[in-house]
Design a protein around this ligand. Structure first.
Ligand SMILES: [Zn+2]
Length: 334
């Protein structure tokens, strides 16, 4: 490598030039992990189009002892992924509908997922989904749940809200986006309407900024769980509330599921995937403390550094075994 390249700004996945080979702080020695939230796709552009990125991603997952990954991908990607990777992948039907599309488009998409035997479905109802976010009740969502339930699907994942920082900087038009609390009103209505569904609210329920709120939701809804995905967001916020977060997860150890939110995209390097699993496991199972290697633009906006401090929660072994594996095995089909 030339000096010019070495002096160039470091890649987003390693702004601190950390040696990812250093993994002595990892403590978990239980059975293999299950990642309940990833986006493993057949990539369609570039020289690595096809299954090469999925291949690379799953090789990294294996290095972190992740045995099975639940992926959201287009329905047409399921047969080639299933054929190539077999039981290493489970499939989550990613329901998304543009606000200007008719409801029928969602039902057709659901039918395609159901014909591929997905194990759960997911609603991407971020504030960015605008007309279809949880700020608004839309009839197609409830109809999709009824249809999926009739076909045997028992688990629904949902993306609710977004980081507080985005509400401060991006979703400032309240008529258009609502407040963060408005999105939870929508979530709660939906959970109340479908109390038999097992709900997984992605990204620590969209509110790692506020462990008290997460605890309240867990207390109200015994059929609700959270996944740990969206690494930058969780590293930033769980580290800020590490003691409180640790107590919460230990009080409800059967309500949290390990997830990465990794996406297989054209041209990504192995280290991109590596950095996310490294940070997730470091955060949950170790007492490591230091600057996060992953660049965090939301953090950088208000701070002088490129990334926040990562503070490991150091969860007990029996809690980790549930979060890493046991809860996924209990909730999701095998
Ligand atoms: Zn995701």
């Amino acid at each position: 490598m030339s000096n010019a390249v070495e002096q160039a700004s470091p890649p987003e996945y390693n702004v601190t030039r950390l040696d990812f080979a250093g993994r002595d702080h990892f403590r978990y020695g239980g059975p293999p992990l299950i990642d309940v939230h990833a986006h493993v796709w057949v990539t369609r552009e570039g020289p690595d189009a096809g299954l090469a990125q999925a291949e690379q991603f799953l090789a990294v997952a294996q290095e972190f002892d992740v045995e099975r990954v639940w992926t959201m991908c287009p329905p047409e990607d399921i047969p080639p992924l299933r054929e190539r990777f077999g039981p290493r992948l489970g499939f989550n039907g990613f329901m998304i509908k543009k606000p200007d599309e008719p409801d029928e488009a969602a039902y057709r998409l659901l039918d395609r997922f159901l014909s591929q035997d997905v194990g759960l479905i997911k609603f991407w109802a971020s504030p960015r989904a605008e007309g279809d976010s949880l700020f608004r009740d839309v009839p197609w969502r409830a109809n999709v749940i009824r249809r999926a339930w009739a076909a045997g699907v028992r688990v629904v994942m949902v993306h609710v809200a977004d980081p507080d920082l985005l509400f401060q900087h991006r979703y400032t038009d309240r008529d258009r986006y609502g407040t963060k609390a408005d999105h939870y009103a929508g979530l709660e209505r939906m959970i109340q309407e479908f109390p038999d569904v097992s709900w997984i609210a992605a990204h620590m329920g969209g509110d790692p900024e506020n462990p008290d709120h997460l605890e309240k939701l867990l207390g109200l809804y015994p059929n609700l769980s959270f996944d740990t995905s969206a690494t930058k967001w969780q590293v930033r916020e769980m580290s800020l509330h590490s003691q409180q977060m640790k107590r919460l997860i230990c009080r409800y150890p059967d309500r949290f599921l390990f997830g990465s939110d990794l996406v297989t995209r054209p041209g990504l390097s192995r280290d991109h995937y590596f950095s996310r699993y490294w940070c997730q496991r470091t955060l949950l199972e170790s007492d490591w403390r230091g600057q996060s290697p992953i660049e965090d633009p939301d953090w950088r906006r208000e701070n002088a550094s490129a990334s926040p401090t990562l503070v490991g929660l150091n969860l007990p072994a029996e809690v980790l075994e549930l979060v890493y594996r046991g809860n996924a095995r209990r909730l999701l089909p095998s």
